[in-house]
Write a protein that binds this ligand. Structure first.
Ligand SMILES: [Fe+2]
Length: 310
């Protein structure tokens, strides 16, 4: 696949400082702040992967995905033009806007992210005890949880089939799983999903997801965030069905959800992966608490709709 990963996202929020502070506590590191207040934050291995800019309402302004070389950019640009979209060509990048999600997507030539292997974790199990005479490493960890990289983003589109075409036929994302008439889980890397587009009455950013080493880090990260403010809890701990990952969702001060995840399905051979078609909420989770209504139907959505149409 010419694409090889997610580079970065640009959030628009009414109050940059409070949202940037939240993602600092979440484990990202602020690298710089522009004169207009736009703040840039980095993950451990992905570099600057979150840009927070000012907007009247919370939304995803832009997304950047990574490709290997100029040939990739040229091929993607001509596919987007075949979909009758306007493509701007820059130095080492191309940019087009997906009308359904109202997100400006750039494809940039970037080096592949090389991940250092996580500390091996031996879990004892019936009849198989690889960890003998030792306490579990997860209980002794004390440092702050630091996401390794940006994993995925979930956005709402007012034209779900059109946005799906933009990402697959245009950019070259692969479909990993489908929720019938509702959503597509798509990948531009070996992660099960990097972008999920769901049908929505208004363009919206639902959540972003950030990779940590293992389920202990998911739990430790969320616990630390809730110690600062228990009102941040959204949904977790659980394990998704589609993508298989452990998850815990928290809510940022603008109303976007942010997820710590680990152990997601990894697809390296497209021929060996069979995309599934799921119905309704069935594919959502294997175990965990019931998702709260505000997670499935964000409470500020109705207000945004009035503002958008009024
Ligand atoms: Fe997610």
């Amino acid at each position: 696949m010419p694409l090889h990963g997610m580079s970065s996202l640009t959030f628009g929020v009414p109050n940059i400082a409070e949202v940037a502070n939240y993602y600092e506590e979440f484990g990202l590191s602020t690298t710089r702040t522009d004169a207009d207040g736009t703040t840039h934050l980095a993950t451990v291995e992905g570099g600057e992967q979150l840009h927070i800019a000012r907007a009247d309402r919370r939304r995803l302004l832009a997304m950047s995905v990574a490709a290997d070389d100029q040939d990739d950019l040229d091929r993607i640009a001509s596919r987007l033009e075949r979909l009758e979209l306007t493509v701007s060509r820059g130095e080492g990048s191309i940019t087009a806007r997906d009308p359904g999600t109202d997100v400006v997507v750039s494809v940039e030539i970037r080096p592949r992210i090389v991940q250092a292997p996580a500390e091996p974790v031996d879990y004892n199990a019936p009849g198989r005890n690889p960890r003998l005479n030792l306490r579990a490493p997860g209980i002794d960890r004390t440092g702050p949880v630091r996401p390794r990289k940006l994993g995925h983003v979930v956005i709402g589109s007012t034209d779900q089939p059109g946005s799906q075409r933009f990402f697959t036929d245009g950019l070259g994302f692969k479909i990993s799983d489908i929720v019938k008439d509702q959503a597509a889980f798509m990948r531009c890397s070996t992660d099960h999903h990097n972008v999920l587009i769901q049908a929505a009455p208004i363009t919206m950013l639902h959540h972003t997801s950030w990779q940590v080493d293992d389920v202990d880090e998911v739990g430790r990260g969320a616990t630390a965030m809730l110690e600062q403010d228990p009102g941040r809890h959204a949904w977790g701990l659980g394990r998704h069905h589609i993508g298989s990952n452990f998850f815990w969702y928290l809510k940022d001060p603008a109303g976007n959800f942010s997820e710590y995840y680990s152990d997601m399905d990894c697809i390296v051979d497209d021929e060996l992966w069979e995309p599934g078609v799921w119905e309704g909420a069935k594919g959502l989770y294997s175990w965990g608490p019931k998702p709260p209504d505000f997670f499935l139907n964000p409470v500020d959505l109705a207000e945004h709709m009035i503002n958008a149409h009024g």
